[in-house]
Write a protein that binds this ligand. Structure first.
Ligand code: MN
Length: 312
C-alpha cells in the first residue's frame, strides 16, 4: 500500500508540457513529436475521455546534432540543458496540483521529470515501461555515446555528473524506487540482468508483460511500494513491437508486445493511488507520414489514462 504525505488532489487534472527534443537520440525526428501528437488530437482525445487538460505548450527543446567530439556522451550539453528545463517545469507545475503529462522527445527527458519531482517529493517512485533497460554506461560503454539509452543507468547514479547530478548529490532514484517493465529480451544481456538483480531493481521483460499485462503492472507497483511518494510512469513507445506500431525512433520489430497489452498495463499503473504523472517518449513522427499510427497511439494513450471509472 502506498502511504505518506503524497495525495492526489485532482486525479484527472493534467498539465501538458511538450519537450521537443532529439538531443539524446541517434538522429533527428523526435523533436517533432509534441506538435505531431497535438495535431493528431491528443489533447482532444484526453478531454473526450473525461480528463481535464491544460496545455502549457512546449519547452525550447533541442534538435539532434552530430557530435564528433564527445563520443562517450554525445550532445551532453544540450541533453543536460533540456533535462534541467524539464526539471524546472515539472517542479513548477507540481505546485499547481496537476498531473504532469510530459511529451517527448527522447528518453533522457525522464531524468528531468524525476529531478523535478524530487524537489517536492524526494521519495518519488518510477515505473519505466520501455523496450530497453537503458543501462548504457552502467556496465561500461556500449561505444555509441548515445545518451538516449543511458536513462536507467543515470537514474541509479552511473554516468555523466551533469545528468546524475540533476537533483543534487546522490542518485536520482534508489533502486527500490524503480521498476522496469517490458524490456525486449534481445536488447538486454545477462550482465544487464545480473546488474539489475544485484542492484535490487525490479525488471520484468516483454514476455512477462505479454503473459499478463495487468499482473506485470501490479508486480511493478508492489516492487516500488517502499517508495512512499508519488508514482511517475515512463512509457517509451518502443515497448510495443514495431510490427504492430512502427512509431518508435529505434525499432523493435518482432518483440511480440502488442499495443493493447501495453494499454492494459498502463491502465493499472494509472489507477494506482499514488499515480502522479506520465512521460511519453520516443515517438518519431517521421516514421508515420500518413498519420495513421499516430492516431492509434493517441487513442491508446487516451484509453490508458482515462481515470478509473470513466469511459475511455
Ligand atoms: Mn527504449
Amino acid at each position: 500500500m502506498i502511504s505518506g504525505e503524497w495525495t492526489v488532489a485532482r486525479m484527472s487534472d493534467w498539465v501538458v508540457v511538450g519537450v521537443p527534443t532529439s538531443a539524446g537520440a541517434h538522429h533527428a525526428g523526435q523533436e517533432c513529436a509534441p506538435a505531431a501528437l497535438r495535431k493528431a488530437g491528443l489533447i482532444k482525445a484526453l478531454r473526450a475521455a473525461g480528463e481535464s487538460v491544460t496545455d502549457a505548450g512546449d519547452l525550447p527543446g533541442a534538435v539532434f546534432a552530430v557530435d564528433h567530439e564527445a563520443t562517450g556522451a554525445r550532445n551532453l550539453g544540450a541533453v543536460a540543458r533540456v533535462a534541467g528545463e524539464v526539471a524546472d517545469a515539472v517542479a513548477a507545475k507540481l505546485q499547481t496540483g496537476r498531473l504532469p503529462l510530459v511529451i517527448g522527445g527522447d528518453c533522457t527527458i525522464t531524468l528531468g521529470v524525476i529531478a523535478g519531482f524530487r524537489r517536492h517529493h524526494p521519495d518519488v517512485g518510477l515505473v519505466y515501461v520501455d523496450g530497453d533497460a537503458d543501462l548504457g554506461g552502467a556496465l561500461g560503454s556500449d561505444g555509441s555515446g548515445i545518451l538516449d539509452s543511458t536513462g536507467v543507468a543515470h537514474l541509479l547514479g552511473h554516468g555523466t555528473p551533469e545528468l546524475c547530478g540533476l537533483a543534487g548529490p546522490g542518485p536520482l532514484l534508489e533502486p527500490g524506487r524503480l521498476a522496469l517493465v517490458g524490456g525486449d529480451p534481445r536488447e538486454t544481456d545477462d550482465a544487464g540482468r545480473r546488474f539489475l538483480a544485484e542492484t535490487g531493481v525490479s525488471f520484468q521483460e516483454g514476455p512477462a508483460l505479454m503473459a499478463d499485462p495487468a499482473g506485470a503492472a501490479a508486480r511493478a507497483l508492489a516492487a516500488i511500494a517502499p517508495a512512499s511518494g508519488p508514482l511517475v510512469v515512463h512509457f517509451d513507445v518502443d515497448t510495443v513491437d514495431s510490427g504492430d506500431l512502427p512509431l518508435a525512433n529505434f525499432p523493435h520489430y518482432g518483440s511480440g508486445v502488442r499495443l493493447s497489452q501495453v494499454v492494459t498495463c498502463l491502465q493499472v499503473l494509472r489507477a494506482a493511488p499514488a499515480f502522479a504523472g506520465l512521460v511519453l517518449t520516443e515517438v518519431n513522427p517521421t516514421h508515420d507520414p500518413g498519420g495513421e499510427q499516430l492516431a492509434r497511439y493517441v487513442a491508446a494513450i487516451a484509453a490508458a489514462v482515462a481515470a478509473p471509472g470513466r469511459p475511455a
